[in-house]
Design a protein around this ligand. Structure first.
Ligand code: SAH
Ligand code: SF4
Length: 354
């Protein structure tokens, strides 16, 4: 499989060119000028352009399908060069704001949710991505390419920074090296310039790798897909909990270096009659004591063939109120893109006809 130039950090490109400054030029063309081909890089010598074009692809994925939601979110299905497909979502967090004369005051705010693997090994009982098993890791370039393509597709100016959440298909920490590389490529100031503070890695809780991620010193934000407060229930939902139980995750989180202003996010997928009771909220509060955290409650999004059900709004709000009343920050994830196939994996499954 031909490699993409997006697979390389700036330092790696510097090693491949005879004049170091060429690497910055290339980065500028790729990430700031959004070119589609090496031939457009007109301040780079033709011989180098041709050499690179022979060796590398510029963009390793193409848009196969997209679905727009009423709230402005867009879900993308990308095709990789080997024909596999992955999903990414552009989430519109805030609309652009204009003053009375129609002058732009604030730009719209976007978050892009990226995938890190084709499929996933973790096998969570509630997750559609898990159903088709694990196919392969994405390369760093395939992770970065999702953001580049989406920014281009919706004309987000190249200097407008977006936030990144690693919450698409796959378990990011199971593709550790490419994850770290993508974080570095995203943050490079000659490229997309997205500070690690604006990048959130969501994990189902591979404790040993949480520790390793902390040790990289990248300063990335952390989100834990907790979903249950007892090991017995969590094992049923996330089989990997047998190897990495709740206590080991809490320990890893406590040791994780968090930017002083930020909190670790605990995602809690709420499933009707499984984990939506106040007793669970009570245990969750106790579990998170002493951790600078916030809880994000997520409505389970049903799909054909699942035995799980979406919780009632009432239970969801009671759960939230219980935590808020006791001083724990807690939000309910807005059902962005609820009218498109909302949770990750669902657009792909539709396409594959699973
Ligand atoms: N593997 C990582 C990141 C990707 S999963 C992790 O598990 O954290 C992305 C998120 O989608 C997770 O928080 C997961 O709980 C959620 N999710 C999976 N299936 C869902 C569904 N049917 N409805 C709502 N959220 C779902
Ligand atoms: Fe993998 Fe995350 Fe889905 Fe679990 S929820 S199967 S870890 S993608």
């Amino acid at each position: 499989m031909k490699q993409s130039i997006l697979d390389f950090t700036l330092e790696e490109i510097e090693k491949q060119v005879t004049q170091k400054f060429r690497a910055k030029q290339l980065y500028n063309w790729i990430y700031q000028q959004n070119v589609d081909s090496f031939s457009q890089m007109n301040n780079v010598p033709k011989s180098l352009r041709e050499e690179l074009a022979k060796k590398y692809l510029l963009l390793p994925l193409e848009i196969l399908k997209k679905e727009q939601s009423r709230d402005g979110s867009i879900k993308y299905l990308f095709k990789l060069i080997d024909g596999h497909t992955i999903e990414s979502v552009l989430l519109k967090m805030k609309d652009a704001q204009y003053d009375n004369e129609g002058k732009l005051v604030h730009h719209a705010k976007f978050t892009i949710c990226v995938s890190t693997q084709v499929g996933c090994k973790v096998g969570c009982a509630f997750c559609l991505t898990a159903k088709s098993g694990f196919i392969r890791n994405l390369t760093a370039g395939e992770i970065v390419g999702q953001v580049l393509e989406i920014k281009k597709d919706v004309n987000i100016a190249s200097n407008r920074r977006v936030n990144i959440v690693y919450m698409g298909m796959g378990e990011p920490l199971d593709n550790f090296d490419n994850l770290v590389k993508s974080i570095e490529i995203f943050r490079n100031e000659n490229g997309l310039s997205i500070s690690p503070k604006r990048q959130t890695v969501s994990t189902s809780g591979i404790s040993s790798k949480i520790k390793r991620l902390g040790e990289t010193g990248l300063g990335v934000q952390l989100a834990i897909s907790l979903h249950a407060v007892d090991d017995s229930l969590r094992e049923k939902l996330i089989p990997m909990n047998r190897a990495y139980n709740i206590a080991s995750i809490v320990k890893a989180v406590k040791e994780f270096p968090v930017n002083t202003r930020k909190r670790v996010m605990f995602e809690y997928l709420v499933i009707k009659d499984v984990n939506d009771d106040i007793n669970s909220a009570k245990k969750l509060l106790k579990l998170l004591q002493g951790i600078k955290s916030k809880v994000n409650l997520i409505y389970f999004n049903p799909y054909p063939g699942t035995k799980f059900k979406r919780p009632s709004r009432e239970n969801m709000e009671n759960f939230q109120k219980y935590l808020l009343d006791r001083g724990l920050l807690c939000t309910i994830r807005e059902s962005k893109g609820i009218d498109i196939s909302a949770a990750c994996g669902q657009l792909r499954e539709q396409e594959l006809g699973i």
